[in-house]
Design a protein around this ligand. Structure first.
Ligand code: EPU
Length: 420
């Protein structure tokens, strides 16, 4: 099993480019099921989750040709209608095939995802979305069986106790594009990845209005065509690299990102005292001092993203004074805190709040990655710690960061992967 060795203490300097957003690519790949015509996605990052989605589509009989960062997909009328447990348990985003399969074929069988390291991940809003379009849903033997032909437009509120759902908004949107009549999604997620999916669907000939706002209107069309698409840059990777610059007291230009989709993150970095210049498609982050303590509360977009909570928690462990980080989306997403404490951090978890007393310096340790963003947080902490740290189970990182260690090494970090 791969692990990362990180020798901390070098300030990062230089220019680094971000890849396309994992969380935009995954639903877009699933949306190619909506047409038999070929679709091409370019600039696709080389990530484990992308490979899992490709494996899922291939296992259903979809023709998928992957050449470097370009993926060509063609889903004939004869593709399978099932996402099996074996794949869904590895990647929850497999449930993105539910909406498109139902829309095009009138049926889908998708395994329920089961447990997850960041806490409960219910699917009730996904089911509410497709049921509002007339689908009949049965849960049997660990699988969601959905049927409905034709689907008919409906109005649905997709807000749950923790706000809108990105996945349920995407699934309902994909189900609605081929339904008869008009669908209105209220309480829709406004994340840029939802807007990018809408852009992809519109390119296929769908009629989607209001993506990026809490109300999305979709007028169903009879058929969709193939399209070529380049997904948006990854704001979470950009934010992770920004923290890498700040936590090492370095100076890094993050190119190819969209600062206008990262305003809460830029504001928070500035509040810690980092110098952040937001340019056109780039961010320049520099820091000379220990960060100031700040309070962070995760929120749906455009608020502070839960997917950067762990990385900012790592940054604040070296802060001056006390910080409070409140996690409002996935309340138990704090497994990284216990590992950070093994590196000398002082974090107390109280329900969905982490109270962080900043320390002058972290110390290196052997630590265990538990999920994707927690792994990133541990790498960041190790970059700032004295001595050599070892991050076990680093495969979690490969799900969502393309060769993070190489990008960091190019900026001057002393990091290497040990295989086996
Ligand atoms: N929720 C429900 N019912 C549902 C679905 C969600 O109550 O049917 C709740 C969740 O429990 C959570 C909140 O709604 O409290 C928001 O969850 P959401 O559905 O938005 O999350 P998701 O679609 O499953 C995506 C990203 C996550 C990211 C969240 C929030 C993908 C593939 N995943 O998950 O990304 O944290 O949105 O922004 O897009 C990651 O990349 O590390 C990651 C976990």
């Amino acid at each position: 099993m791969d692990r990362l060795l990180v020798y901390g203490g070098s300030p990062l300097r230089g220019v680094v480019a971000v890849a396309s957003a994992k969380n935009a690519v995954l639903p877009i790949l699933a949306a190619t099921l909506l047409t038999e015509e070929p679709c091409t996605i370019t600039n696709v990052p080389l990530l484990e989750d992308v490979s899992t989605m490709v494996r899922l589509l291939s296992s259903m009989g979809v023709s998928v040709a992957r050449q470097g960062r370009r993926i060509a997909v063609a889903a004939s009328d004869r593709v399978g209608k099932e996402a099996p447990y074996d794949i869904v348990r590895k990647m929850r985003a497999s449930y993105y095939v539910l909406g498109p399969l139902l829309a095009r074929f009138g049926e889908a069988r998708v395994s329920l995802p089961g447990g997850c390291a960041i806490g409960p991940r219910p699917v009730d809003l996904h089911l509410k979305g497709i049921e509002a379009l007339g689908a009949r849903v049965r849960i049997e033997h660990g699988y969601i069986h959905a049927r409905g032909r034709p689907l008919r437009g409906g109005t649905v509120l997709l807000e749950g106790p923790n706000g809108p759902s990105v996945g349920a908004t995407a699934n309902t949107m994909m189900a609605a594009v081929l339904a008869r009549g008009t669908t209105v999604i209220d309480g829709a997620a406004c994340e840029p990845e939802v807007t990018d999916l809408a852009r992809f669907l519109t390119g296929m000939g769908a009629n989607v209005e209001g993506a990026g706002t809490p109300t999305i209107r979709i007028r169903g069309v009879r058929r969709l065509r193939g399209v070529a698409h380049r997904p948006i840059p990854d704001r979470i990777e950009a934010g992770t690299l920004a923290v890498a610059a700040a936590i090492t007291r370095g100076r890094v230009e993050i190119s190819g990102c969209r600062p206008e989709q990262m305003t809460a993150v830029v504001d928070t970095l500035r509040a810690t005292g980092a110098d952040v210049e937001a340019g056109r498609k780039k961010l320049l982050v520099a820091s000379e001092d220990r960060p100031l303590g700040v309070n962070i509360s995760t929120r749906p977009y455009p608020g502070f993203p839960t997917d950067l909570q762990a990385q900012f928690t790592a940054l604040l462990t070296t802060g001056r004074g006390t910080s409070v980080v409140t996690e409002n989306i996935f309340e138990s997403r704090f497994l990284h805190a216990l590992e950070l404490n093994r590196m000398g951090a002082r974090i107390d978890i109280n329900g969905n709040m982490a109270v962080i007393q900043g320390v002058e310096r972290l110390s290196s340790a052997q630590v265990m990655a538990s999920d994707l963003r927690a792994s990133a947080a541990l790498v960041l902490a190790a970059l700032a710690a004295r001595g050599q740290s070892e991050i076990l189970r680093s495969y979690h990182l490969d799900r969502g960061y393309e060769q993070l260690e190489r990008k960091l090494a190019a900026l001057g970090a002393r990091v290497k992967r040990v295989t086996g």
